[in-house]
Design a protein around this ligand. Structure first.
Ligand code: G6P
Length: 608
């Protein structure tokens, strides 16, 4: 939530910052702003709403200068208006911030007593006044920021400029992500990689508590006042990964990228003899496992439900699936045989991190599945079980698509790896599973061919205000995900239910105006799933049926049918997810909503 960028070099800072913010807008789009230091000193432009409003403002009132900071906001403290937009300023100092300063009220009172005049309702403004007051005491910018952050409680990634220091800026982080990017005669910081990739692929993932002093010709990193060396990493992604590449929306591009994304998830991890290698995950540490808790939020939680079945069925280990926000406050009855695994696309969801941190501090082994390299969750687990990267590439659309399918496949790999490690699967069986997984991208390509038919179905599907999504077995989580996708981006009300629960309440809702999206797998539960649909039809409810090829006769119980390739049962959740994503996408596109940036949402939820 919230994205920040900082730039120093020779190009127009305002342009670099706005381009960077474009790639970070998924983190929030309530307001945006930049502050630039040029010949005229420090100046800023801010605008309520999306980045395009700021761009318009900058066209009318440009800012020149080659040093600046920028921000895109998801409002926490204070309404989403221009006054609360970052950068916040105090005298010669301006600050952008991602995170929450928990002791801001106390600092605000103290600073006001010292004469500071506050303009916004934000927690961030205290940082600007605090740094400015320390500068007034004669400290240079770096020393002032270093002293200021010692007073801050909570989470922050900040970038600070001061017009008295036109050739440098300072950035620091604690519990919010911040990347330092090292260019030629230019250096940047940003909340996420896509913002810096057009300038350089050499980056440093700043560590907790690091502070960076950034100049055109170099950077110095400090940790607790001491200069430290941090290894830079060369990133292989091309900047094009974070562009729309001819698609109307990022979401559609990301839906179509999934066969490639799954190939990347699998790449280098499947052995000839049924073995699974997960480079940063230590199977050697799972000995004695008796129970696994999968902890996640949102779409990642749906992936966890699919993962439970995979791990239980393949590795024979009992699994519980937990919402991180509930789990973190529960009493944890754990023993030596417990493992806790977090699943988080962004790797920075506050509740997932807190839940893992909590159990880790009790001595429980923790691991994670994440898409973001060196993310907070990856770091937290790196000295325990480790991390499984999904390798989906940057996901920009706020509604998660390729992150979900790559999470499910990562869980499949985990299940196979656990089963091998514990000797619960034969090499032959494992080889067969691996063969199926290798074939998965091809089946996904075939499934995506349904996009055109689903687009044609969108005008019909857009006529209703409420939806029920039904699935059984491993298609129940997919029904939950389908309902979530539809409500997130089309704003139609949708609920996911296990088909068997239908008669216990939801059936009362069925009318000609209350449609059901029914998922019918080619599995042992097929006949039961069909009976549930018959019950809906008998009550006049419209049905959009998703079933596998060979089930054409089921057209009799449906108003519309989408057929997907017949695949091994364990792969059905991945395949059936695709029509769910396409249905939500085409309905939202038909209704004309803002598909990539739906109202009120942010891609990563870094506050409770
Ligand atoms: C937000 C996003 C969802 C995501 C959830 C969990 O709600 O909008 O798409 O599933 O957070 O995020 P994570 O990064 O932890 O997977």
């Amino acid at each position: 939530m919230c994205g920040i960028v900082g730039y120093i070099g020779s190009e127009s800072a305002a342009e670099v910052l706005v381009d960077g913010l474009k790639t970070l807008e998924y983190r929030g789009y309530d307001s945006a702003g930049v502050a630039v230091i040029g010949a005229q000193g420090l100046d800023r432009r801010r605008a309520e709403g999306k980045l395009k409003n700021l761009s318009k403002r900058l066209r009318a009132e440009p800012l020149s200068g080659s040093l600046g900071i920028g921000h895109t906001r998801w409002a926490t403290h204070g309404r989403p208006n221009e006054t609360n937009a970052h950068p916040h300023r105090s005298g010669s100092v301006a600050v952008v911030h991602n995170g929450i300063i928990e002791n801001y009220a106390e600092l605000r009172t103290e600073l006001q007593a010292g004469g500071a005049v506050f303009h916004s309702e934000t927690d961030t403004e205290v940082v600007a006044h605090l740094v400015a007051s320390l500068r007034d005491q004669g400290m240079d910018l770096k020393t002032a920021v270093e002293s200021a952050i010692k007073r801050l409680e909570g989470a922050y990634a900040i970038a600070v400029v001061d017009e008295d220091f036109p050739d440098e800026f300072i950035a620091a982080r604690l519990a919010s992500p911040l990347i330092l990017a090292l260019g030629e005669g230019e250096n940047l910081v940003a909340s996420d990689l896509p913002a810096v990739l057009p300038y350089t692929r050499d980056v440093v993932f700043l560590e907790e508590g690091d502070l960076a002093h950034i100049r055109r010709d170099g950077v110095t990193i400090y940790h607790q006042g001491e200069v430290v060396e941090r290894q830079s990493k060369h990133i292989k992604w091309s900047p094009a990964a974070a562009q729309k590449g001819g698609y109307k929306h990022f979401m559609l591009k990301e839906i179509f990228e999934q066969p490639r994304a799954i190939s990347d998830t699998l790449s280098g991890r499947l052995g000839q003899n049924g073995e699974v290698h997960l480079e940063h995950f230590d199977f050697g540490r799972v000995e004695g496992v008796e129970h696994i808790s999968l902890v996640a939020c949102g779409t990642s939680w749906h992936a966890a439900l699919v993962g439970r079945d995979l791990i239980e069925n393949i590795a024979g280990i009992p699994v519980s699936v937990e919402y991180a926000h509930e789990y973190r406050y529960r009493r944890h009855l754990m023993g030596a045989g417990d493992l806790v695994l977090g699943i988080s696309q962004s790797g920075e969801t506050a509740d997932t991190l807190a839940a893992l941190g909590e159990v880790k501090s009790q001595g429980v082994r923790v691991g994670c599945i994440t898409n973001v390299l060196e993310s907070a969750v990856a770091r937290l687990c790196s000295d325990s079980l480790g991390v499984i990267y999904t390798h989906a590439g940057p996901e920009i659309g706020v509604a998660s698509t390729k992150a979900f399918t790559t999470q499910m496949v990562s869980l499949h790999l985990l299940a196979l790896g656990l089963a091998r490690q514990l000797g619960r699967i034969s090499a032959e069986r494992s080889k067969a599973e691996i063969e199926d997984l290798r074939h998965l991208p091809h089946w996904m390509e075939q499934t995506l061919e349904a996009s055109k038919d689903i687009a044609e179905l969108a005008p019909f599907a857009s006529e209703f205000d409420n939806y029920l999504f039904l699935g059984r077995g491993t298609l129940f989580p997919v029904a939950l995900e389908g309902a979530l996708k539809l409500k997130e981006i089309s704003y139609l009300h949708a609920e996911g239910y296990a088909s068997g629960e239908m008669k216990h309440g939801p059936i009362a809702l069925i009318t000609e105006q209350f449609p059901t999206v029914a998922l019918v797998g080619d599995d042992a539960l097929k006949a039961k799933a069909v009976s549930n649909i018959e019950e809906i039809k008998a009550r006049g409810g419209p049905v959009i049926l998703v079933a596998s090829e060979g089930s054409e006769e089921l057209a009799r119980v449906a108003d519309k049918v989408v057929l997907v390739p017949k695949v091994p049962e364990r792969l059905q959740p991945v395949i059936y997810s695709l029509p769910m994503q396409l249905l939500a996408y085409h309905v939202a596109d038909h209704l004309g909503t803002d598909v990539d940036q739906p109202r009120n949402l942010a891609k990563s939820v870094t506050v409770e």
